[in-house]
Design a protein around this ligand. Sequence first.
Ligand code: HT7
Ligand code: ZN
Length: 879
Amino acid sequence: PATVYRLDYTASSFLADRIDLVFDLAPSVTQVRATTELHRNPDSENRDIVLYGEELELVRIAMNGKVLAKPDYATDNGELRIPDAPDKVTLVIDTLLHPDQNTSLMGLYLSNGNFFTQCEAEGFRKITYFPDRPDVMATYTVTLRADREKYPVLLSNGNLVEEGDLPNGRHYAKWEDPFKKPSYLFALVAGNLVCREETFRLADGRDVLLQVWVEKNNLDKTAHAMESLKHSIRWDERRFGLELDLDRFMIVAVSDFNMGAMENKGLNIFNTRYVLANPRIATDLDYANIESVVGHEYFHNWTGNRVTCRDWFQLSLKEGLTVFRDQEFSADRTGSESGRAVKRIEDVRTLRQLQFPEDAGPMAHPVRPDSYQEINNFYTVTVYEKGAEVVRMYQTLLGRDGFRKGMDLYFKRHDGQAVTCTDFLAAMADANGRDLSQFERWYSQAGTPRVKLQSHYDEKNRTLTLILSQSCPQTPGQTEKQPFLIPVAIGLLDSHGKDMPLRMEGDKAAPNSRTLELSEESQTFTFIDVAEKPVVSALRNFSAPVILEYEQSDDELLHLLSHDSDHFNRWEAGQRLALRRLLSLTKAVQADRTLTLDSAFIDAFRAVLTDTALDPALRELALTLPGEMMIAEKTDEIDPAATHRARQFMRRTLAENLEKEWLNAWQENRTEGAYRPTPQDAGKRALKNLALSYLLLLDKPAYGRMAIDQYHTADNMSDRLAALTSLVHSGWTDKLPEAKALPDHFYREYENEALVIDKWFSLQATSPNADTATVRKLMKHPAFTLKNPNRARSLIFGFCHNNMAQFHAADGSGYTFWSENLIELDRINPQVAARLARCMDQWKRYIPSLRKPAEQALRNVSEQSLSRDTREIIGKTLS
Ligand code: HT7
Ligand code: ZN
């Protein structure tokens, strides 16, 4: 497949001013008439009109009233070209679509009999011929015509301007979006839906209509999404001074969806997973995710829609920024400092578990990629999560006020435009009178930088010297790296655990925490008046997306774990203590040595577990061991089975040694009153259920019964699912007769709740006891289908991505399973398949006995005829 390069960007030859779309909707044949007004772009030398179209049946094309026939125009390889066109044209294009055959879920498709569209990144070209690129912004009017009984609701972007009846039981609705937008933000929905609606008063006093549209049986699950939307609107007004610009804002839930949600102007379309919640079906995590995704899509209205991307290489301009905004929103919503820390830890965990491996694998790319074969493959954790870290670093370097000034200038300069990451950087720099040119390297260089720290305390002169140096590993296509500008937040703890003032020569103030700016390969920072040898708390709050290499003794880490005023680094110290042991345990497993765990570590865990002054949510995070992927990342050759055994040994030992304390934690963290998904209650439930999972590792049926009881008496999905998951994962459903029937009981109870059935598949697929035979059997279940992305993800991805030990079975059975399903899925939905293909990213780092079957599986896939999406991933993985 052809590669597209960032540096090949040229402006569109023609720009669209207006487009009028008329849809005659029917499942097997939908007619589309697009009337587009275009004018020549003076910035382009190309005299041809270039439109894009894919899988379209072209019926008729007319230009300025004249029907065109070849060679007035040419079609080739997804392009429709009209040579040497006049400066101003109106094109009328009729196309036919077949939504019922569209399983890719891009363009116009059907889900449960209703019509939906997905146009980002390049799905509009599956609807009509158009300059489908984000730097072409036009105003849209859209008329939808459909059978009134089957499709009573007809929605599109903007405002409803007309509706009425048509002959033959049909009806129509006409929508007008007053804002110019790129085609990827176009959307329509037509179907049998109902809505929860509210009028909401904005800060400027305007009343707007908010709606959440769902299938009828889901109306009782929309309250949380509506609340989340109102909180999002308020937050953007207060934190960034940004107001909703529309009179009506709609959210629609759809159960067949490739990703999480889509920010179409005024008509956000969501995976049901990120809309539907009530205590019966949704966990605390679901509630939190819904709030954050509703926020994310809403925040795109300014960061993405009002100011959009010039080209798809700039994707992080909107995604990195909007993830940063949703992270800050969720952190602010917790309402406490420790809540903010919990959110920060969760976000960093995601970054380390998913983005660091991406940065170290065959798909490594800069936050602003330089090339792609299929843009859908670049909706990555690097563009999103690392992109958010890059935006966070502006705030760390410039302060909150400086960051806000930069945002204000960005909107002042670029509202209504399609711009680049460099424009964003320039706004930040200019608003703060700073030269940020070196900062651009965060956009251009891939790979996770290493920051090495050495500290020397001079007792006589009472000085502390910190030597910081940086390097960045090679990544595909990038062998030489230039130094980054890295904010490194530092604190010093005295022997009582108190923060010590940080003073440099010439300083007037001596704060307790300060951000050093590392801009060279190596730099030395000297602090004076340091009264005693401190314990250094480095990279506080994870001030940069780097790997910190700093030798600290167990005693120093234990000191940080007990006292650091930076909650993040308290947690980090615990993780480092655990990781150190998990790595040596992995080695011990490999060498067949006896496994042991030292009492100092167990005591440290006990201290955290019983420290009731510490937020339960923070305790739960501190007591959760680094995941298998995290441990594997730190080894030279990945041995999933050994890593799994090491981690299981540590968990079991902690269960045995802290049995009394776990039981107390389980008893003391029951929540009172009716279910509330607040951070406080959710934190308590998380700690309680972590305790339960540890207790179930013990060979005591009484704990199994305790979990069964929790399952039956729970008034919410968090407690119920946690009990069932722990019972299945620790094997009690095989050992305890009363537990055996629970998976079936759960299935029957929630048979009609697709999102809960996804959980049911996923909890079984991720069990350490589930091998390929288990998963193959589950695939035969009548409720399983590869066509629904949520269902496919719950079972297939659950196993291949989240069940490391079993997926990497020594006999290669996991890889065979992966290849078979990948090939089948690729024929249905390339975008989802290409994500599954990523499960093999790290194959070259596996132990030799796994590399062979892994390569064989990859080659088997490679020999098939594949979509562009999957071909790109397999090609890069094998290269
Ligand atoms: N901007 C959206 C990204 C997206 C997408 C969503 C649904 C299906 C296919 C998609 N391709 C790209 C989601 C977001 O980041 O808000
Ligand atoms: Zn987004």
